[in-house]
Design a binder for this molecule. Structure first.
Ligand SMILES: Nc1ncnc2c1ncn2[C@@H]1O[C@H](COP(=O)(O)OP(=O)(O)OP(=O)(O)O)[C@@H](O)[C@H]1O
Ligand SMILES: [Mg+2]
Length: 266
């Protein structure tokens, strides 16, 4: 089982849509053979609702964080037919309190890793959809993952958000919370507009400067189809020729290749 965190310290950059699109791409590439788990680590429950089509929940990841004796399987729900082969470890708004509570616990950054250890063998790939914060929940994702990838939008705050994740990784290494550095799969631009204004050209310039070496030459085009897909609780992967699908396919190929270079088979 390999775990990939989709994270950025800035909200609204396409983390959730990217996490779901990558999950569906991985499913398609394996002809539905891969068992994929999306972990919704966002108290706003976006992913859980989008994938399962319902906001009615029993056990969620919030209870798992609070009580390690609960079987994590109880918080895992099947996805709708829009997400073949995908299951979701559901979130709830209680996760906000958990974020504050767990800081008082011993090893507060390693709770998710311990939860996922218990479902090892039940899934091939785990994708963590992170909240737009820089707090304990995101540290948990970085400690639990083998690799992470950072989407960013065409604004300076997004680039700060990517750099915040880099700083968090360094802090976790310096504090010896992380013994091994997760693979940085790179940063990619979402909602990318080809006809760029001077301001957005400037952001690309800044991104090239600050994200040197990690910025991918893969852009997810900005299109109203994505907003429609989100409102229909879907991705766009049913239309294989759509430019957004082609971009996520390219991104997924990059992820598979980079992971395999590290000896991780996806
Ligand atoms: N490629 C794209 N083109 C156009 N709109 C996009 C694209 N990707 C994402 N969006 C829009 O941006 C909004 C935010 O997307 P998403 O929920 O995936 O971001 P997020 O980073 O997970 O947000 P949050 O930080 O709130 O969790 C959505 O309304 C979505 O429709
Ligand atoms: Mg999100």
């Amino acid at each position: 089982m390999k775990t990939i965190a989709v994270c950025c310290g800035k909200g609204g950059v396409g983390k959730t849509f990217s996490a779901l699109s990558i999950a569906v791409e991985l499913g398609i590439k394996s002809s539905g053979k891969k068992r994929i788990l999306i972990v919704d680590l966002d108290p706003s429950i976006n992913t859980s609702v989008r994938i399962s089509g319902s906001d009615e929940r029993g056990v969620t990841i919030a209870e798992l964080f609070q009580d390690m004796t609960i079987d994590p399987g109880q918080a895992i729900y099947p996805a709708t037919e829009n997400y073949p082969g995908v299951s979701v470890m559901a979130s709830s708004d209680k996760l906000d309190f958990v974020d504050q509570l767990i800081t008082k616990r011993k090893n507060p950054d390693s709770i998710l890793r311990r939860i996922l250890k218990q479902v090892e063998g039940q899934f091939d790939v785990v994708i963590i959809d992170c909240p737009p914060s820089r707090g304990t929940l995101v540290s948990n994702a970085l400690v639990a993952c083998d690799a992470y990838i950072t989407p960013f939008g065409l604004d300076d705050a997004s680039i700060d958000g990517v750099l915040a994740i880099e700083r968090l990784v360094e802090e976790l290494i310096n504090e010896e919370v992380l013994s091994e550095r997760p693979v940085n799969l790179g940063a990619f631009c979402t909602a990318y507009e080809k006809e760029r204004s001077r301001a957005t050209k400037n952001v690309i310039h800044v991104a090239n400067e600050y994200l040197k070496g990690t910025m991918l030459n893969i852009q997810i085009p900005g299109t109203s189809h994505v907003r429609e897909a989100v409102s229909h609780q879907s991705t766009l992967q049913f239309d294989r020729k759509h430019k957004v699908c082609l971009a996520y396919e390219q991104l997924t190929n990059h992820i598979i290749k980079k992971m395999s270079l590290r000896g991780y088979s996806l």
